[in-house]
Design a binder for this molecule. Structure first.
Ligand SMILES: Nc1ncnc2c1ncn2[C@@H]1O[C@H](COP(=O)(O)OP(=O)(O)OP(=O)(O)O)[C@@H](O)[C@H]1O
Ligand SMILES: [Mg+2]
Length: 805
């Protein structure tokens, strides 16, 4: 009989086998099943693998029932993979484990406990669109200028406040600038509206469980007992709410195992806090800390290259990483003329490696900093007939027609969902115009009703009889399916319902190539519902369950394992994954690092960690690329390659396309911070290497002293030291002074030994003593006192002074 307490000899043998694929340190982490354990280790060192084996071990050694295991991952895909791996390791015993992202696990908890916090179990989850629509409406009502204060950035502010567990009142007390004040005014009403709509936003999915546990200690105790073993992957990217949840749940038994890498923390902008790693030791003083040092993923060259990247950061725990893998190929750097050229080169390289090296498509990943960069890459791959899959951008569930269909489905499950109602009340058009909707809104606000409730009494809302008729018909449609929803299988309900909404018919009537694609998409959605409904053999699942799952899919989650395609995705999305061949693209100043990050040392370090994450996804071959011009904000702009490349040591790790050793430009270097430099620069390069910039006073000072300031922390002394081109004149904008630079010669090298105080001999004036030097390079001039003729100012370029002491 299966019992966690009584392990038989056979169980022990099975458990020991699970240790076989692990090295001794990893085994130690698996065996340390009781108490707090923290595994801090670099990329590819087997953190995730160790976690997976640890869970399998707990089950196989009968230390825990599967249902007593909680594993929190960063994506649902990671959770699915972990579940599959554990099932492979221990068989069907694995069923019943709680595995998923924080958001999916706790939304499940919230559904079970919804009534305790005043929600119904069918609450909706608002996505960013829904949130912004709601905010826009509140702003309109409060007379807030939506151009000056965008709903998007207000949403961002509310989101960070929620992540910090800050209430509207606490936020209002802190507000000290106009933006914060406007946000403070909207935050409370925004929450009330969510509640009225029986809806939660993403941040609520973490904030509400904390409140639930605080207000209901018995519920907390229940979950503490339920989850005897807690596991968290990618711990460095947890935010405050996630940290608190983990702490609350582990408080009783303290069996918590977290794994992470501070050098891979890349979500600070979303409230993640590396500090959580540091607090771990304080929260669990008995915690065992385990360090893994062997990398199993990448070649030696890639591991050393990654190490060189992260050395650029000052605030990093020192970690040694080594590997027994092959030495491997040097990292390749591609220079392209334009983004188009860049993507074509990548396309050719992928094809070549695929055809000649036999590497399957799915072993390639192209990573970029911003989603916008995917467009030209997609184009090249499409033209080349290479199958690809894009993660992010306008993903399937973000398409208009899909969101429309989902809004109908959501409404049937939760009619109070105002955002969904507004979305579809007149889609397809059914004669319910803006005025009618406004009338309903007003009526709802006056009587404290949801829009749905208002729509039940359209004639009381003061609508014309025609409008009221249209609203009634709509309400009847929704109500009919709402009453069926709880006891009808999801696929059956969805098919019939969507048919009756008229969405399909309207797309058919439109009969354009685009509308037919949309029609296809809706059919694909219905297929997805069917697949979901029938996936569980015990009983068909309901629409409510389907919607919950869909609200939480992130783009990475849709990454089909089975499919043999090249993957395109942002660097952020690539965390935790691995591919044989990886391209990190768009390595240009202003793009990677982003311009905004270049101004701030903290953000710059986060960008560098992102580079580190990207590079360490590669198992065998790593390519980096940059383009000299790129379309940004609708115009073609010249670009200069990323500082991240030039700060690398030019040792044996990187080669250019032609196979030459990479020569970093060591002319970019840091000046002391106290030089008084100020931010604000804009450098624009022509394709031929000419450039112009708008300078700040600090830049002009820097230029005077021989350095061109690129930003507060970086200076360049010449334009292209490696280019044998004549000196170029700066095309100064805004009437700035011109400065000449001598490519290839650092200005301070010109006029070398002639410095104030030295004795010199001049062909005509004889011996003299240098009093002062002005200017640099070509323009350098010395003031010399000659006992025979007095003081003279001489251009060094012509004077041919000889130093004699
Ligand atoms: N002891 C081992 N023997 C053989 N292969 C291993 C071992 N440990 C890890 N691996 C393999 O090395 C690769 C990297 O492991 P894993 O993904 O667990 O690393 P990680 O530390 O989680 O990396 P990241 O920080 O990027 O998430 C995987 O393919 C894994 O199967
Ligand atoms: Mg991992």
């Amino acid at each position: 009989m299966f019992s966690p307490e009584a392990a038989s000899g056979a169980d022990e043998k099975r458990a020991d086998e699970l240790l076989e694929g692990l090295n001794p340190v990893q085994q130690e982490a698996v065996r340390a099943s009781e108490g707090a354990v923290m595994i801090i280790a670099g990329p590819g060192s087997g953190k995730t693998r160790t976690l997976t084996h640890r869970i399998a071990y707990l089950i196989a050694a009968r230390k825990a029932w599967p249902s007593q295991i909680l594993a929190l991952t960063f994506t649902n895909k990671a959770a699915r993979e972990m579940r599959t791996r554990v099932t492979d390791l221990v068989g069907p015993d694995a069923k019943g484990m709680w595995m998923g992202t924080f958001h999916s696990v706790f939304s499940r908890v919230l559904r079970r406990e919804a009534d305790k916090i005043g929600f119904s179990r069918d609450f909706s989850i608002y996505d960013t669109d829904d949130q912004e629509r709601l905010l826009r409406e509140l702003m309109l009502r409060q007379g807030v200028d939506a151009k000056k204060y965008t709903p998007r950035s207000i949403r961002g502010r509310i989101s960070s406040a929620k992540n910090q567990m800050m209430t509207p009142e606490a936020y209002a007390a802190l507000a000290n600038d106009p933006y914060m004040e406007v946000t403070a005014r909207l935050y409370g009403p925004y929450n009330q509206r969510l509640r009225k709509a029986n809806a939660m936003d993403f941040d609520d999915l973490l904030a509400w469980p904390i409140r639930l546990f605080e207000q209901h200690p018995d519920v907390l105790a229940d979950y503490q007992r339920r989850w005897r073993y807690i596991h968290i992957d990618e711990y460095q990217d947890t935010n405050k709410a996630q940290y608190l949840l983990a702490k609350l749940l582990a408080a009783e038994h303290q069996n918590i195992c977290v794994v992470g890498d501070d050098a891979q923390s890349i979500y600070a902008f979303r409230g993640a806090d590396i500090g959580n790693i540091l607090s771990f030791q304080n929260d669990y003083p008995e915690a065992t800390t385990i360090r893994l040092e062997q990398n199993y993923r990448s070649t030696q060259k890639i591991v050393r290259f990654a190490d060189a990247i992260i050395k650029g950061n000052t605030k990093q725990l020192d970690k040694k990483l080594w590997t027994e893998n092959d030495e491997g190929e040097p990292v390749r750097l591609m220079e392209a003329l334009s983004e188009r050229d860049e993507s074509q080169k990548i396309e050719r390289t992928i094809r070549d490696l695929h055809v000649r090296g036999g590497i399957p498509w799915k072993q390639f990943a192209v990573l970029y900093r911003t989603n916008a960069q995917s467009r030209s890459m997609e184009e090249s791959l499409r033209r080349g007939g290479i199958p690809y899959r894009m993660v992010g951008g306008t993903s399937f569930y973000q398409r208009k027609e899909i969101k429309d269909a989902l809004a109908y489905l959501r409404l049937a499950v939760n009619p109070s969902d105002d955002a969904s109602l507004l979305r579809v009340i007149n889609t397809p058009t059914r004669g319910i115009g803006g005025k009618t909707v406004d009338g309903l809104r007003r009526y709802a606000a006056e009587h404290g009703l949801s829009l749905w409730q208002a729509a039940q009494e359209p004639s009381d809302a003061g609508l014309s009889s025609r409008a009221a008729g249209a609203v009634e018909k709509f309400a009847f449609l929704v109500a009919r399916f709402a009453s069926k929803a709880p006891h009808t299988p999801a696929d059956e309900l969805a098919r019939e319902y969507i048919q009756e909404t008229g969405l399909l018919q309207s797309l058919r009537d439109e009969n354009t190539p685009e509308s037919l694609v949309r029609l296809e998409n809706i059919h694909e959605l219905l297929n997805a519902v069917a697949e979901f409904a029938q996936a569980d053999s015990d009983a068909p699942r309901t629409l409510s369950e389907f919607l919950q799952e869909v609200s939480l899919v992130s783009d990475v989650d849709r990454l089909g394992e089975e499919e043999n395609r090249v993957t395109l995705m942002t660097l952020h999305a690539s965390k935790g994954l691995e591919f044989k061949v990886v391209f990190v693209t768009g390595m240009e100043e202003g793009l990677f690092p982003l311009a905004k990050a270049a101004q701030d040392p903290t953000e710059l370090e986060e960008e560098r960690r992102l580079f580190y994450v990207g590079a360490t996804r590669a198992e065998e071959i790593l390519y980096l690329s940059y383009a000299r011009t790129r379309y940004r904000y609708g115009e073609s702009t010249s670009a200069v390659r990323s500082r991240f490349l030039d700060e690398l040591d030019g040792d044996d790790l990187m080669r250019t396309e032609s196979g030459a050793r990479f020569a970093p430009r060591k002319d970019r270097f840091q000046l002391p911070d106290d030089d008084g430099a100020q931010g604000g620069y804009r450098v624009e390069y022509d394709a031929d290497g000419g450039y112009s910039y708008e300078s700040t006073p600090a830049q002009r000072r820097a230029a005077k002293s021989g350095y061109e300031q690129m930003d507060p922390h970086y200076y360049r002394t010449s334009l292209r030291p490696d280019a044998a081109k004549p000196a170029r004149k700066k095309k100064a904008s805004g009437g700035e002074r011109s400065v000449e630079y001598e490519p290839g010669v650092a200005p301070e090298a010109a006029g070398s030994d002639v410095v104030p105080g030295v004795k010199v001999v001049h062909g005509t004036f004889g011996e003299g003593k240098v009093i002062a030097i002005e200017g640099k390079g070509e323009r350098a001039a010395a003031t010399v006192h000659f006992p025979r003729v007095g003081q003279k100012k001489l251009k060094l370029k012509f004077a041919r002074l000889r130093v004699i002491g």
